[in-house]
Design a protein around this ligand. Structure first.
Ligand code: E4P
Length: 215
């Protein structure tokens, strides 16, 4: 399973990318708003840091507007993937964009049928939101399992991005379910990296090493 970083914060992206474990970035309008900066400028900066798929979201609600935004975003860099919301208008836009060779990430997916429709429209990626389903008492990871089973039944090439990841257990479970990618906030990436026994182990090794006689 690959890891994408779910943020629009350029400093976080630089730090995470330097670890060598991040293959792409996902953003959304809320993450962009948090930065208080120009959208295109942020996206351009991210493309200069990360050599991999970078999702930037269209905000129009009609297919025509989504397509126009997608064409503008795709012109920024070949690595841009246009995020399109899972609506009827979104599906029309995805169908059109897939015939034009513009990569899409169908977002706000909360059911297996939505994921099936997105794939049938030619989506490059789908983003089922694990955490937001958990928030309302559903099992977000069961959705990942269902989508993986359906896509595997029919050799569907659309890649599954486990999104709305809230903690490291979500990542482990998404990997166990066979998700192609998990997109993780910077905080979760840091939580994945850390283990108290690793810190204690290093401390002990260094303390013991200090007692070894040196010539
Ligand atoms: C990813 O593509 C989504 O934008 C993101 O994971 C949503 O996460 P949230 O539910 O924590 O806002």
């Amino acid at each position: 399973m690959q890891l994408f970083l779910d943020t629009a914060n350029v400093e976080e992206i630089k730090k995470a990318y330097a670890l060598g474990v991040i293959s792409g970035v996902t953003t959304n309008p809320s993450l962009i708003a948090r930065e208080g900066r120009d959208f295109a400028e942020v996206v351009r900066e991210i493309t200069a840091i990360v050599d991999g798929p970078i999702s930037a979201e269209a905000v129009s609600t009609e297919a025509e507007g989504m397509i126009a935004e997608a064409e503008e975003l795709a012109a920024i860099h070949p690595n841009i993937v246009v995020k399109i919301p899972m609506t009827g208008e979104g599906l029309k836009a995805v169908k059109f964009l897939s015939t034009k060779g513009i990569k899409t990430n169908v977002t706000l997916v909360f059911s297996a049928n939505q994921a099936l429709l997105a794939a049938l429209a030619g989506a490059t990626y789908v983003s089922p939101f694990v955490g937001r389903l958990d928030d309302i008492g559903h099992d977000g990871l069961e959705l990942i399992q269902d989508i993986m089973a359906i896509y595997s039944n029919y050799d569907i090439p659309t890649k599954v991005i486990a999104a709305s990841i809230r903690h490291p257990v979500h990542v482990t479970m998404a990997a166990r379910a066979g998700a192609d990618i998990a997109t993780v906030p910077y905080k979760v990436l840091m939580q994945m990296l850390k283990h108290p026994l690793t810190d204690i182990g290093i401390e002990r090794f260094l303390a013991d090493w200090a007692t070894v006689p040196k010539k």
